[in-house]
Design a protein around this ligand. Sequence first.
Ligand code: AP5
Length: 208
Amino acid sequence: MNIILLGAPGAGKGTQASKIAEKYNLLHISTGDIFRANIKGGTPIGKVAKSYIDAGKLVPDEVTCDIVKDRLSKDDIQNGYMLDGFPRNVFQATELDKFAKIDLCVNIDVDLNLLQDRICGRRVCACGESYHVSTLNGATTCAKCGGELYQRADDNAETVKARLDTYQNQTAPLIEYYSKQGKLINIVCGTKTPNEVFELIAAELDKY
Ligand code: AP5
């Protein structure tokens, strides 16, 4: 099973991706994580990506599509994978259809008004775990691996506003794109907890 996780910044794609990967043994491929690893490593891709990410804009399609195409050419995708953060516009989705077979697109639908607080309050660990300050009770280390928690450089109010605008203008049209293909699963989250959201997603994936 090859799936796409779609949703606005802060909708909970990363949070749900860890749970889905564990339960369904799917490889988790996050373009945001790939770019952040490149930025940390000071690679040429990282240098290009940084200015776009800091501004809340999309990294150019040719860079992003090449990265995903290359990643999906590796042998370890055979048991299925989950794309988190790709595609992010109709051009990327059209390109993806040329080199991959996608079975389902899970859209995590959250009221955009909730997202500024969620993202600005997020603390992350290098192991991939993500937390919100409101539930950390002052802890500064990861409950899973003990690593130091930190705030992503693009998780500030100004960049978040630009990221949400980018989402509305460029990414939201993908809901209709995958609906027309008959592949869309829409998960309406309201104020449900991460575990409740996961139960809704799992109920749909289990049917498949
Ligand atoms: P990326 O890393 O993909 O970031 P994003 O899409 O903005 O999404 P986030 O990682 O911010 O949020 P999330 O949905 O994973 O939420 P999370 O689970 O952490 O991309 C970063 C940048 O890279 C982009 O802006 C762009 O520049 C570039 N990029 C990436 N892919 C690209 C592409 N394809 N093309 C071009 N450029 C690309 O949750 C957020 C917070 O909420 C956490 O604190 C969490 O604990 C909390 N939370 C989660 N679920 C719940 C819940 N149900 N209730 C309450 N709190 C919750």
